[in-house]
Write a protein that binds this ligand. Structure first.
Ligand code: 9MR
Ligand code: ZN
Length: 574
């Protein structure tokens, strides 16, 4: 199945690259699409899963027809559900449930005067998007030349001197060059961060552990394809190897590597400024320990170096009882901060590192079965709810690994409490999704809201796995539907996916080359956006398809990981 999916994908990727030429930079159309519409998931729907569209207009009532493209015939006529007023657009939004349509094919929906984009009902509806999103990691690789015939991405080996220790410590005086080449460019810019590399790898390795059948060798057409190893694992090893280089001799981990100035819209090999390695931090060291422990159990004996690195990181953490971050004024002149920094990043979990240690202790215990890790996790777990997984708070991935690990010795009997926390979270998400006009389960719109939508979708899928409850699954599918077109813009937030996808993603390589590349998830609506072009304070309408909007229309490696996690879990849900 993977191979078949890939064969299709390779052709479509190439087609995407030629059908949508010259769309790399530039400006999009006006932000708000406040007009009647039938918004659908433009990638499509799995035949076996719930299928819901939204009819939005001044008054949303009546029947909606499901029209089959091939025959032009109406195959179903569905009465719209009760409508809710959307305060952002002023439209009435009503649910159109056409789950009964299960026959594979191409369809559109129509009601008087409005028609939806075309979409498929197909078991392979998401295969193309899944592979395209996974391939972006190879396109984001740093320290190597990238030449990808399928998308046209081409640049020479970049950042060969990464990096120079900026502040100095007793292991590495200021000015020391350590070999920290490799890894991935974090986003549309060229910084490299432990915070997002770890959460990205964690999310994707978790998907691999739960659904190994989604992945294979040759699936992604990356340089390692055909070497007998699963492409995803080769790609994750690329990121893990960089992380290993960010570990200091005593086990602590440096938190980021970047230039002191933001690079222009140039190819990475033209970004010739000195790139610095910034100070060590305990939250990063804990995330590092977590992801290395995951890698150790996936690679087995071949992953001994990962296990050793995880143990050394944990040992260092034991010498540091409270959160410790080496941050100095000026550290963020050319890169993201990824630390407590209100109001943008003011979450309580950024003021301590218990959430990060919770993740580390869980993964170390799942991997080793050793009592001290169990005790550490048992001490931390009761203090954490099941929360949204991201760099600001990765604890829920620890809870997930502990809960779903096969053959785990839960000698402390923690699983019932974790299960209860996850279901409490899912019930809260369900209530929100049921009352939000566009079916969203997220609490607030923050920078990277689309990633958060995907993560809440993942929590709902996990709740469905535990209980088999159809309402959890429907809400999970609804989060994906939003991201792929069932939103007030009637746009898919993933480049190259769907009839009307985001076009002008903020991304230096794509802008410098003037190419359009499929598989990048845009950040999404953010009313507090700090860039000069995003519409501020307009709720869900605070998004613009404009390459200058780094706060709503940039991609980052952790965004794609969340999206891949949701799509992969849904593809694997019967
Ligand atoms: O995704 C990050 C988001 O969670 C933060 O709130 C935001 C502000 O700190 O930064 C985002 O990450 C950006 C990073 O700071 C700089 N490079 C691009 C990243 C994605 O927009
Ligand atoms: Zn680079």
């Amino acid at each position: 199945m993977t191979r078949r999916g890939f064969a299709r994908t390779a052709g479509l990727l190439a087609a995407g690259a030629t059908l949508l030429p010259g769309l790399g930079g530039g400006f999009g159309r006006a932000a708000a699409a406040v007009r009647p519409m039938i918004a659908v998931n433009q990638a499509g729907y799995l035949p076996r899963h719930p299928k819901q569209a939204f009819l939005a207009g001044p008054a949303a009532a009546g029947d909606v027809s499901v029209v089959e493209e091939a025959s032009g015939r109406t195959v179903a006529s569905v009465p719209v559900g009760g409508s809710r007023r959307d305060p952002d657009t002023g439209l009435q939004v009503a649910t159109v449930d056409f789950s009964a349509v299960r026959r594979p094919g191409r369809y559109w929906l129509q009601a008087d005067g409005v028609q939806s984009h075309g979409f498929v009902v197909d078991d392979l509806a998401f295969d193309l998007a899944f592979v395209a999103m996974l391939r972006t990691y190879w396109l984001q690789r740093c320290g190597t030349a990238v030449r990808d015939p399928a998308t046209g991405v081409a640049h020479a080996a970049c950042h060969q001197d990464d990096g120079v220790i900026l502040h100095g410590d007793r292991f590495n005086p200021a000015g020391t060059r350590i070999d920290a080449r490799g890894g991935w460019h974090d986003a549309g810019d060229f910084g490299k961060y432990v915070a997002t590399a770890t959460t990205t790898i964690g999310r994707l390795l978790s998907l691999y552990e739960m659904q190994p059948a989604l992945f294979g060798d040759g699936q992604l057409s990356i340089p390692e394809s055909g070497n007998g190893a699963v492409d995803l694992l080769d790609e994750m090893a690329w990121g893990l190897d960089w992380l290993l280089r960010m570990q200091r001799a005593d086990g602590a981990v440096y938190r980021k590597l970047s230039g002191a100035q933001w690079p222009g819209d140039v190819l990475p090999e033209s970004d010739r400024q000195t790139r610095y390695v910034y100070g060590v931090a305990s939250p990063e060291t804990a995330k590092f320990a977590a992801v290395m422990a995951m890698a150790a159990r996936i690679w087995g004996p071949a992953g001994a170096v990962y296990l050793d690195a995880a143990r050394r990181a944990w040992a260092w953490l034991e010498t540091v009882p409270e959160q410790q971050v080496d941050w100095r004024a000026g550290d963020d002149a050319g890169s993201g901060m990824y630390l407590y920094n209100p109001p943008l990043d003011g979450e309580e979990t950024l003021r301590h590192d218990r959430d990060d240690r919770t993740w580390a202790a869980a993964e170390l215990y799942v991997t080793t079965g050793e009592a001290p890790f169990q005790r550490a996790f048992a001490a931390l777990m009761p203090r954490t709810d099941f929360t949204l997984f991201e760099w600001k708070d990765p604890s829920s991935l620890g809870l997930t690994s502990y809960l779903f690990a096969p053959r785990l010795d839960d000698r402390a009997g923690l699983r019932p409490a974790i299960r209860q926390k996850l279901l409490a979270r899912a019930d809260q998400l369900l209530r929100r999704a049921a009352s939000a006009p566009w079916g969203l389960a997220i609490e607030r719109l923050k920078w990277g809201s689309n990633k958060m939508v995907a993560e809440e979708g993942i929590a709902l899928v996990l709740a469905h796995r535990l209980t088999g409850r159809a309402d959890y699954l429907a809400a999970a599918v609804g989060q994906l539907d939003y991201l792929l077109g069932r939103n007030p813009f009637e746009r898919s937030f993933v480049t190259g996916v769907g009839a009307d996808p985001v076009r002008h993603i903020h991304h230096r390589v794509l802008q410098a080359q003037g190419i359009y590349v499929p598989g990048y998830l845009a950040g999404g609506p953010f009313p507090g956006a700090t860039d000069p072009v995003a519409p501020k304070g307009r709720g869900l309408l605070s998004w613009v398809d404009d390459a200058r909007s780094y706060a709503t229309n940039e991609n980052a490696i952790d965004y794609n990981a969340s999206m891949i996690g949701l799509v992969g879990l849904l593809m694997s849900t019967p």
